[in-house]
Design a protein around this ligand. Structure first.
Ligand code: SF4
Length: 260
């Protein structure tokens, strides 16, 4: 693929590309399409493609996606769930957020429990999963080595999330951030997307809840923190299914998707 193909705003391997391409995106579907062409982080581009070449025995025969994974869900979502980054053999394999890995199984089971999905699991893009009023995304769109993007990669990718928030703003009423990394990455994107983030910044905690006022007098945004649905948290019991559905349920109610 050419470095300028599908960019919407110049070379896709330029660190300034996400900012230009996201700012100019007129709709969520256009933004989603542009994300998939991004090559702004050399380390992550190399890793996502290396993982795809080497694969994993359990996924022999899979044609890995090996590109940035866009957000998943309706473009008029009232609730946004923000994770960390796609998993090497999850979203990086299937091309859809939280799809094809254990973390996704936990997340979608929780969303299904509160009535926001058509089914409780996510295996591949042809599984028929539909999200009702909720969208799932990440502050870093490429799978990072050891699930750890660098601060520079987080900052380079931020305009995609800021653009997604800006475009969702007419309908968006609540956000759930999974984990402290996502929380730190999301706060500046929320400020860029049109909400006032207090100083000092709200501190991440499981169950944290803060109301952010819109900078233009529009609707407030209800911000919730939740431990990440990683195996490290769910296998150890740090995050139980009940804890997850409690936060998702509160956020769904705050977003007007469910009644208490
Ligand atoms: S992590 Fe984000 S900014 Fe970096 S290459 Fe992937 S999509 Fe582009």
């Amino acid at each position: 693929m050419s470095v300028s193909e599908g960019s919407g705003a110049g070379r896709t391997d330029d660190p300034g590309h996400p900012g230009r391409a996201a700012a100019g995106a007129p709709s969520v579907p256009v933004l989603d399409e542009r994300v998939t062409h991004c090559r702004a982080c050399p380390r992550l581009v190399a890793w996502r493609e290396q993982v795809a070449r080497e694969g994993r025995r359990a996924y022999t025969g899979w044609d890995y996606w090996a590109r940035p994974v866009p957000g998943f869900g309706p473009d008029d979502a009232r609730l946004l769930v923000i994770g960390l980054a796609p998993a090497a053999h999850g979203g990086n394999r299937t091309g859809r957020m939280f799809t094809g890995d254990r973390s996704g199984d936990v997340l979608y089971a929780g969303l299904h429990q509160v009535g926001l999905t058509s089914r409780p699991d996510a295996t591949d893009v042809h599984d028929g999963l539909r999200l009702y009023g909720v969208r799932v995304t990440a502050p870093v769109h490429c799978a990072p080595p050891a699930n750890k993007p660098t601060p520079a990669e987080r900052d380079t990718c931020r305009p995609w999330l800021a653009g997604e928030l800006r475009l969702l703003r007419p309908t968006l009423r609540a956000v759930v951030v999974l984990g402290a990394f996502g929380w730190q990455a999301t706060l500046p994107a929320l400020a860029a997307g049109g909400w006032t983030v207090p100083r000092p910044r709200p501190v991440f905690a499981h169950g944290a809840h803060t109301t952010l006022a819109a900078t233009d007098g529009g609707a407030d945004l209800e911000l919730f923190g939740c431990y990440h649905v990683s195996q490290r948290n769910t296998f150890t019991g740090r995050l139980t299914p009940a804890m997850l559905t409690d936060v998702l349920g509160r956020a769904a109610t705050a977003a007007g998707l469910t009644t208490p």
